[in-house]
Design a protein around this ligand. Structure first.
Ligand code: TMP
Length: 236
């Protein structure tokens, strides 16, 4: 298979159909803009599974995504879209860079959810962007920003419930959109690599913060999320 691109945690390959790509999940984890790196054996298999289940759920709930189907342990078929170089972060509780940037204590509920944009650029270290910067850089126009924010909130509402039903708090998460025939399409992945997930009772992290803070067993936590999803939602 010919490779289209390799990211930090995934590779994208061409398929026989020019409108369809193959998304491959690697075992690599990175944090702090690639400064910390580690391989976690089989993380890619777990994330492929979790992300496939979440995208299937979103497809079933009328969110347009680029996910078609999981084809093996590490790979899924996705529709080719033009990715908008924006990382859209939705926050339901304070954590991470929001706390370090504002001095607010971790774990406070945010209502309504906060939406932030970051410029998807490894070279620049994914800097925070204001909405006017997005317009200035011609990444999206005003109307498109409003549309992305509306979609992000719809996805947030669906996912808060999805995780609540498996006794997990969706603290925050990052999503990316592509465009296809002038429509916004949810793309990339949603997994413990791209979300903060806390166990409802212990409030322990079940996500990549374990690697960022080096304070637990990452694979066990990811497996725990995957097993809860399988048990509740009768996985793919
Ligand atoms: P932050 O608090 O570090 O800004 O992260 C907010 C959310 O976005 C968190 O769930 C982790 C996710 N995220 C990514 O998926 N990729 C990234 O490069 C960063 C910085 C955060």
């Amino acid at each position: 298979m010919k490779i289209l691109l390799e990211g930090k945690a995934k590779k994208i390959f061409y398929s026989k159909d020019k409108e369809i790509l193959i998304q491959h999940f690697k075992d690599d984890a990175t944090a702090f803009n690639n400064k910390r790196k580690k391989k976690f054996v089989n993380k890619g298999i777990i994330n492929n599974d979790i992300s496939a289940n979440i995208f299937k759920f979103l497809n079933e709930n009328k969110i347009n995504t680029n996910f078609i189907k999981k084809i093996n342990d590490r790979e899924q078929l996705i529709r080719k879209v033009n990715i908008i170089p924006l990382e859209v972060v939705i926050r339901n509780y304070t954590a991470g860079s929001l706390c370090s940037r504002t001095g607010v204590k971790q774990g406070k509920k945010i209502l309504p959810a906060l939406i932030e944009f970051y410029f998807k650029s490894d070279k620049l270290g994914d800097p925070f962007l204001g909405e006017q910067h997005i317009e200035y850089l011609n990444l999206c126009n005003r109307k498109e920003i409003i549309e992305i924010k509306k979609l992000a909130l719809e996805i947030n509402t669906l996912l808060i419930k999805y995780f609540k039903d498996i006794k997990i708090i969706l603290v925050d998460f990052k999503i990316e959109f592509g465009k296809l025939k002038n429509k916004f399409i949810l793309a990339d992945e949603i997994s413990p690599d791209s979300c903060r997930l806390w166990d409802i009772s212990s409030k322990k992290s079940l996500d990549k913060d374990i690697f960022r803070k080096n304070n637990g067993n990452l694979l066990e936590a990811y497996k725990n999320v995957s097993e809860r999803i399988k048990k509740k939602y009768n996985e793919i």
